[in-house]
Design a protein. Structure first.
Length: 379
């Protein structure tokens, strides 16, 4: 049974979303006109501009666009602060030519927008693995009234195989979802950037010199309010410590920070997970979309999914992780042995890794930002 506090909170959220914000927007529309030069970047899960937005932001800034940022982590705001934030956004939304988001941003979908305003969903992950959106109960609660993806004009995905899945999961009209690639992945193709990442890695992790770098980057199961990651409690660090030629780095999903603060030290700030990818020799993951970023580099990986049976029942998959061109394990001992003896090299063949990249990330080729902005101009 849900607590009284939870019920009250849901009623407040429903009122703000379905009553208050539409009124603010309607009033702003009556006194403004749409400015095609006015661009908004909006995000409510971070206090800094997300990497998913950076490439597009930089390009538009260089072209002289009038850019306004609505980037705050709602968890860091009080109710009055969050309401002021959303009301301010709605006023600017009424006059904006373009609004860019990279995850669910509910104010965008709180009421019917002006046709002249275009909403572009950049999304924050590529590939195709775990179910999302309306295809699972974990993403969008039943209590939510309305359509969380209403008003989208363009959604970019990483490969053609993703289009129909995104269309169904986000309940999008035909023609909205397009395989233009993810602008944030363009930097992965920059050789100079790769070399800077390697140089920075040597500064931040000098003890890894001469060793195989193994990155363990698990996602989480359950919903965002109570995330779980069973692999983090299985003693992997102790198991890998005896492998003298291996250096293990553990980078869990950001939602695990509260329960596992030891993995979110100053090194994470000094070198983000994305900047580790050019350096990593083998990735170990479960259902994290970091796998698809990593596959751009066409290097070996291992699927370690100790809770796959439960995960399959509770959330489900679009693509079976057991079918990927990599070793699959549920047990720690077998997985560690695979790393120790480099058994992953037998399953992670070059041609299959390339085909995997083409299937799930083929439109991420270093030109996604240019392609996206050309499509936006046609809206």
């Amino acid at each position: 049974m849900k607590s009284l506090g939870f019920v009250i909170k849901q009623h407040i959220k429903s009122y703000v979303q379905n009553r208050m914000l539409p009124k603010v927007y309607k009033k702003a529309v009556s006194s403004t006109e749409v400015d095609r030069n006015k661009v908004i970047f909006a995000e409510m899960h971070s206090n800094n501009l997300p990497s998913s937005m950076q490439a597009v932001y930089d390009s538009l800034k260089a072209s002289g666009k009038d850019i306004t940022l609505y980037v705050r982590d709602i968890k860091d705001m009080s109710w009055p602060q969050s309401i002021r934030f959303m009301k301010s956004f709605m006023k600017d939304y009424a006059a904006a030519g373009y609004v860019y988001i990279c995850s669910y941003f509910l104010p965008v979908s709180s009421c019917k927008k002006r046709d002249e305003t275009k909403v572009i969903q950049l999304w924050h992950s590529g590939g195709l693995l775990k179910k999302m959106g309306y295809d699972t109960l974990d993403d969008i609660p039943k209590s939510y009234k309305g359509n969380v993806t209403a008003n989208y004009d363009l959604v970019t995905v990483s490969a053609p195989i993703c289009v129909n899945y995104w269309k169904k999961a986000l309940r999008l009209p035909a023609g909205i979802t397009k395989p233009l690639g993810l602008p944030r992945t363009d930097i992965y193709f920059d050789k100079e950037w790769q070399e800077k990442c390697k140089a920075r890695f040597e500064q931040v992790y000098p003890e890894a010199r001469g060793k195989r770098v193994v990155l363990y980057a698990p996602s989480f199961s359950g919903n965002a309010a109570s995330p779980k990651a069973p692999g983090l409690d299985m003693g992997l660090e102790e198991a890998f410590a005896r492998l003298k030629d291996v250096y293990l780095i553990v980078r869990p999903h950001p939602l695990m920070k509260r329960d596992y603060p030891q993995y979110f030290d100053k090194r994470v700030k000094a070198l983000s997970t994305e900047k580790l990818l050019p350096v990593v020799d083998v990735l170990i993951t479960d259902y994290s979309s970091i796998l698809f970023d990593y596959c751009i580099f066409k290097k070996p990986f291992i699927m370690f999914c100790p809770d796959i049976d439960e995960y399959e029942r509770s959330r489900g998959f679009y693509a079976d992780p057991r079918s990927f061109p990599a070793p699959f394990f549920k047990e720690k001992i077998e997985m560690v042995k695979c790393v120790e003896y480099k058994l992953y090299l037998d399953m992670c063949r070059e041609e299959e890794l390339y085909n995997f990249y083409q299937t799930y990330m083929g439109c991420c080729d270093g030109k996604s930002t240019k392609r996206l902005l050309q499509e936006v101009e046609r809206l």
